[in-house]
Design a protein around this ligand. Structure first.
Ligand SMILES: *[C@@H]1O[C@H](CO)[C@@H](O)[C@H](O)[C@H]1NC(C)=O
Length: 506
């Protein structure tokens, strides 16, 4: 597997591990961008006037079925007179709110099933090619979406499930690559760089999709974004390899530094593949606390990612252009915040001021306490739109702490199973992604008011409190004994293990 480092032109300019992290970040950005673009394009795809008429004609009294939410305890004024007119951008498709909900949420059906197989394949064979598959299927399905939409909404559902299948394997695949490429002292920064790509993708996608939908037409959203993403696929094949040992575009010093920092030998033999010690994993408090933190945090994340644009539009009465900007800018500050926080924590850890455990907990607290407090405040400020926007922005920004918090914690506790563990927690955390749109839809379909949104926000706050308590008490940044159990027979590290854990892997 060893390739001599002679063709090393690129390595002179930028360390290979940062090329991997940056391309990984762009890959995450593409997958997330192609995921969220539909919620923006949808505004230009559906015929809102026709839908409004259908709902008014079918439902009971007019008061209860007012789609534009003039019913309820609190009613917010539109931002300006044209605000409402801009919202009524009519497209060709008469998809009722229920259908729109299915089209938006079915992404998660694919996302749900692909992660564990994807994570395990990435560990056993090649994370590089799993990641490549992921982005490529997203690009293809995106390019086909306009044609499929003309046929039937069910065809769009198929495309979205395909995108979800691709999207599901990104986190496990990147976790496997990070476990082989990130020196422990740079783990927070590299994880944050890669995963915060999701937020950059979100910003760029929402802004571009808004502009394209309003000015060029909703089809262009899919063609432009899908087309540009093809460039990444070529670069990924050329510039990224599964391990430092396989990479020829790397300096000998960098390769040695990475491999020795990860406790391996520079010889670069293919590592023996270990079976997953399922019993030990499922009994590990360190793992279970990541699981709880990930699931609770994702509820809040999907709330803000998918439902925030909707809340801004329906309750705070933003027009589409304002909506795109106010929704997406927080994701930019999220990116900046996660970069700064991860740099700071890596530095504090490398100077031994704090342990990895403390670093992960501090980052996770940022990502949970702040959004919870902001949501609580949003419940009580009514129509104060500027304040609501500011609070939402602060909440989304601080969620960025998760990338160097519980989200990179899998690699600390068990680098050999980083892909599988990420797939496990991310699969469970997909359930909120399925439930959130249905839950919000059920509460707001007929009553688009602040009080129905208040229930939604309180449930979210409750879940954040669970996350805070569980992760603070049981989280850990230390490598767990079951990471290494069956590695070799002569290994002294297997001796301190108790019998129970040993048996579980046989
Ligand atoms: C939307 O529906 C209305 C009423 O049903 C119809 O008059 C209009 O032409 C439709 N617009 C588009 C773009 O299909």
């Amino acid at each position: 597997m060893d390739v001599p480092a002679k063709g090393n032109i690129l390595g002179h300019y930028m360390p290979a591990r940062y090329i991997l992290a940056i391309l990984g970040s762009i890959g995450m950005a593409i997958v997330y961008g192609l995921k969220v673009n539909l919620s923006v394009a949808m505004v230009g795809m559906v015929n809102n006037s026709a839908i409004k008429n259908i709902i008014a004609a079918s439902g009971g009294s007019h008061n209860q079925t007012n789609y534009n939410a003039e019913v309820g305890d609190v009613e917010c004024e539109g931002s300006n007179s044209e605000g409402k007119a801009t919202m009524e951008l009519d497209g060709p498709f008469i998809w009722l709110p229920g259908v729109q909900g299915i089209v938006l949420s079915c992404y998660f059906w694919g996302y749900f099933v692909s992660q564990l197989p994807g994570g395990r394949i990435a560990e056993l064979f090649s994370a590089k090619w799993v990641m490549f598959f992921s982005v490529t299927i997203n690009v293809v399905c995106t390019l086909l979406t306009p044609v499929m939409a003309q046929a039937h909404y069910a065809a769009v559902v198929v495309m979205r499930v395909g995108e979800g299948i691709g999207g599901g394997v990104t986190f496990p695949a990147m976790h496997v690559l990070l476990s082989k490429w990130a020196p422990p002292a740079e783990r927070s920064v590299m994880s944050a760089l890669v995963y915060a790509g999701t937020s950059l993708g979100t910003v760029i996608s929402i802004l571009t999709a808004g502009v394209l939908t309003a000015n060029v037409g909703w089809e262009s959203v899919f063609y432009v974004m899908g087309g540009l993403s093809c460039i990444w696929c070529v670069l990924w094949i050329l510039l990224v390899q599964d391990t430092p040992q396989q990479q020829s575009l790397i300096s000998a010093e960098e390769r040695q530094m990475i491999v020795t920092s990860l406790g391996g030998k520079e010889g670069g033999h293919a590592q023996k593949k270990l079976p997953v010690p399922w019993r030990a994993v499922l009994k590990s408090p360190a793992f279970l606390s990541i699981l709880v933190a990930h699931a609770c945090s994702n509820w809040g994340w999907y709330m803000l990612l998918i439902e925030l644009p909707f809340y801004m539009q329906q309750v705070l009465k933003f027009n589409m252009t304002e909506n795109a900007v106010t929704t997406s800018l927080p994701f930019l500050s999220l990116w900046i915040f996660s970069m700064c926080l991860s740099r700071t924590l890596d530095w504090l850890t490398s100077k031994s001021y704090i342990t990895t455990t403390i670093a992960r907990k501090v980052a996770t607290l940022f990502a949970s306490v702040v959004p919870a407090v902001c949501l609580l405040a949003v419940c009580y400020i009514g129509c104060a739109r500027a304040a609501a926007v500011a609070l939402m922005a602060i909440a989304v920004t601080c969620i960025g702490g998760m990338f160097c918090g519980f989200l990179s914690n899998h690699i600390d506790i068990a680098p050999n199973f980083a892909g599988t563990l990420m797939a496990l927690t991310n699969t469970i955390s997909t359930i909120p992604g399925i439930v959130v749109p249905i839950f919000v839809g059920a509460l707001t379909q007929k009553n688009q008011t602040i009080s129905s949104w208040r229930i939604i926000f309180f449930v979210t706050i409750g879940l954040y409190i669970v996350e805070i308590v569980v992760y603070t008490l049981w989280g850990s940044g230390e490598e767990q004994p079951w990471n290494k159990i069956p590695e070799s027979n002569d290994n002294i590290e297997t001796k301190p293990l108790n019998n129970d854990e040993k048996k579980s892997t046989v």
